[in-house]
Design a protein around this ligand. Sequence first.
Ligand SMILES: [Zn+2]
Length: 114
Amino acid sequence: MILGGDNRKKWSNLDVLVMQAYQIVKDERCSQCGVPRWLCRNSDPRIQVRVKVDECYAKQEIDKFEERRRKDDDKSGIAYPEFYTTDGTPLHEFRRAYYEQLAAERAEDAEEND
Ligand SMILES: [Zn+2]
């Protein structure tokens, strides 16, 4: 069943465990902030919250587009992002560098908070 296999087969123990884990994650998710409830609704004073900003460049471009389109008569269709590169580099080649940069930023954040 996992990874798009034939889903008419009987579920394996791993399939059941994955679905149970998924259900737990879904059930624990706060409807207001999306974080597990045991974190965002926990009154233990050792748990504190700081706000971080996560930028999605596609959403920013769509917002700009929608702002320009607000004056148009024709508002049919749904705006969606189409990614391209300025130098022809295939998009998949950006994945590894993105996660390496993310890991470096997280390591830097962890160092600052020690
Ligand atoms: Zn919450």
